[in-house]
Design a protein around this ligand. Structure first.
Ligand code: BTN
Length: 305
């Protein structure tokens, strides 16, 4: 974590070599204040002032920190979450050099995408985390619909798809102390103003971008603003009304239900199954070839038909 912060400070050249050499003696709180200070300036493409203009939220995005390059907005968000940040604080970076995807995979994050993390201090148990991811997926889908994307679907648990190709991924991580969740970091990566050939060859077939789907470059700041508003609406619904309606919205856009998949659960348990739906705790409910019903709580589902 400290390496990440030191790299950030070095890049921004806001701290002298001397201070960097003395970094081990700096109090964590001071450290986090320096990081916050750096994040207060706009970058070339991400403008906090544009995002905040008419931002219709109570708390999501009311504190925004913007960076040119970090290794991972989720990592930085986790660090800041330990040092007194408001619920709904958002960390955005133009680029990420070591971004994290699900299942320990890397996440490609070149300039032109939307890479952000939201820090929440919700009062939830671990078992509710999958539902936060599903709710975020619905918020992203609604955002894309608002900017004119048709045929947005959600592949369980968290891939946003357009015409069968992935355009966005979500990584939810918890910061816990003695088994109590102190913060939840919701990381969202949207392939916005990018061309598919900017991605490694092996990813190109299954990837799309908003630029390719809409045949134009979009305004990233507006996209972020709309998403933050949708995210807060759905968080409030989650907190006040429960998740049944959110799950309905998810099911309406499901890319997975009704398909044959290869389920890859942790610890290498692989099997083929038919997807029946999602249960009320956010698990994927599948029927194995031998007729047994299984609730898949975590893992990957590779679509076979
Ligand atoms: C996936 O594998 O589908 C999840 C990808 C999540 C990527 C986002 S980009 C912003 C945030 N920072 C990270 O390091 N990861 C998430």
């Amino acid at each position: 974590m400290q390496k990440e912060i030191v790299n950030l400070l070095k890049k921004e050249k806001k701290v002298s070599e001397e201070t960097l050499n003395e970094i081990h003696n700096i109090d964590l709180n001071d450290f986090s204040n320096i990081v916050k200070e750096i994040g207060k300036s706009d970058t070339e493409y991400i403008k906090a002032s544009e995002i905040s203009k008419d931002l219709n939220t109570e708390y999501v995005g009311q504190n925004l920190y913007v960076y040119k390059e970090v290794s991972s907005t989720n990592t930085l968000a986790k660090f800041l979450s330990l040092n007194d940040v408001e619920n709904g604080t958002v960390i955005i970076s133009e680029k990420q050099t070591g971004a994290k995807g699900r299942s320990g995979k890397q996440w490609e994050s070149p300039l032109g995408g939307v890479w952000l993390s939201i820090i929440l201090h919700p009062n939830v148990e671990h078992s509710k985390l999958p539902l936060i991811t599903l709710a975020t997926g619905v918020a992203v889908a609604k955002t894309l619909e608002e900017i004119g994307v048709e045929n947005t679907e959600i592949k369980w648990p968290n891939d946003i798809m357009i015409n069968g190709k992935k355009v966005c991924g979500i990584l939810t991580e918890a910061v816990a102390k003695f088994n109590t969740i102190e913060s939840v970091i919701v990381g969202v990566g949207i392939d916005a103003n990018l061309d598919v050939d900017q991605f490694p060859e092996e990813l190109q077939e299954g990837t799309t971008t908003l630029k390719e789907e809409l045949n134009r470059e979009g305004n990233e700041n507006l996209l972020i603003k709309i998403f933050l508003e949708e995210f807060e609406k759905i968080s409030e619904q989650f907190n006040n009304e429960g998740y049944e309606d959110i799950l309905k919205e998810w099911r309406k856009r499901s890319y997975s239900i009704g398909k044959i998949v290869e389920v890859r659960e942790p610890f290498n348990t692989y099997y083929d199954a038919y997807v029946l739906g999602i249960g009320k705790e956010g698990a994927l409910v599948v029927e194995k070839i031998d007729g047994t019903l299984v609730k898949v709580i975590s893992g990957e589902c590779i679509i076979k038909n």
